[in-house]
Design a protein around this ligand. Sequence first.
Ligand code: SF4
Length: 475
Amino acid sequence: MTAFPTGAEDYESFRTWVWSQARPVARESKDNGETEMEVQARWFGGEFGRTFTGTDGEAIQIVQFGHWNRGAGPDFTECAVEINGERKTGAIEIDLDSRDWEGHGHGENPGFNEVILHVFTDGPSLNRTYTRNSDHRQVTQLQLPQYSWAQGPPDFLPEAFPGRCVAPLAGMSDGEVKSLLESAAQYRVQAKTNRLEMMSNARDNDQALFQAIAEALGFRYNKTAMAVLSQRCPIRELKQLDAIDREARLFGAAGFLDQEIYDETAEPEARTYLRGLWDRWWKIRDEVEAAPARAIRWQLSGSRPFNHPQRRVAALAEISGRWEEFSTLWRSNVNNLEKDVNNLAKTLSHPFWDHHYTVRSKAAPKAMKLIGKDRVRDILGNVLFPYVMGVAEDQWRRFACLGGVDTNQKLKRASLRLFGNDEARQKLFTSYYHQQQGLLQIYNDFCLKDASECERCPFPEQVAQWQSSMNSVVG
Ligand code: SF4
């Protein structure tokens, strides 16, 4: 077994070397389907950090990220930013493109005059644009560095077919393939550890972990929605509330407590449950509810009823209610992390959600777990192990024993692409969570970047060099 993070360094060198050996037909990096709300959530979660260089070379330090604006106007209000050492307070606006400032009419809207920083991810390659408000004052600009999520673009799935790399991988020994997957997994885990560290430094430890757990619960289609929900209902505030207020706040902020939902609910038990939440929600609604344009967008189709976002919000409410118990597990004896988290997750229960798929559904005869096995594994593998490995690298050995998840479309596709229809090899190389992570990393680094249906991908020609490249070329 390779010591963490030595394998991560080996894989990074190997990947750089492989790409240097060919002229691939690469997919446009901008084509990642990222929405404005995703960038806003990443910004507010502290994922980009808090120290930047502005478009004109200004030294920018985010002192306070402020608050999500619930209504019209700039995206974040009550922010504090130091620009070249001068402290400014006001709002921050985030766009996908610098031209959106004018395109959305902010330059003529006095409601945007308090903006002190305009953040964007892209802009015209020629003819730079400037940001000016309706007072004709220039606003400091910040173009975020190119950055990709550790888990890659959320929903892009290339064609499912055995790739050109099946043959060279079949020619490698089991040990060589395992070593490649393990190193790729270390690289991926390290990226997640770094992301959590960045978020903890920008916000705080508890909020960074709370957001990351919410994202894991949002898998696969509602990661951003859950991230935004966790930011609009931060853990430090949820901890102060009693159980019903906590649930009302989360369900209300998620947009699951509107009148229409109540009116369309026929089942008496569901109506009683909703009425209980409503009795609390209406008292805080004016302070919490976002305007329709800023409402969280949920993808309600495409997942099994068991995984309906309302059940995931219920799980988040339960976890936040027992936050001290959960956080003790990763703060104290991390050697039993997997067992302790599994045991605690099994005790999560809710009188309504143990028997309902949605707030409107009829009661199911058989009780359901609030969080299924794969979600707990993803919380462990995607969040808690990367977090503890940031403080105790020797946890890699325990992480390497974590079993894999059963249901993941991307994983199935990656497995088919790299190992073809060889079921024995697919099983051998995807049984453990870290192997699955390694496979997904290779898939991200090559399959998601290739736009030639494998023809110009450099991986097949170079992969057999993995062992020798580690010892000579990149070693
Ligand atoms: S794109 Fe490259 S790594 Fe992916 S399946 Fe095709 S040859 Fe293999």
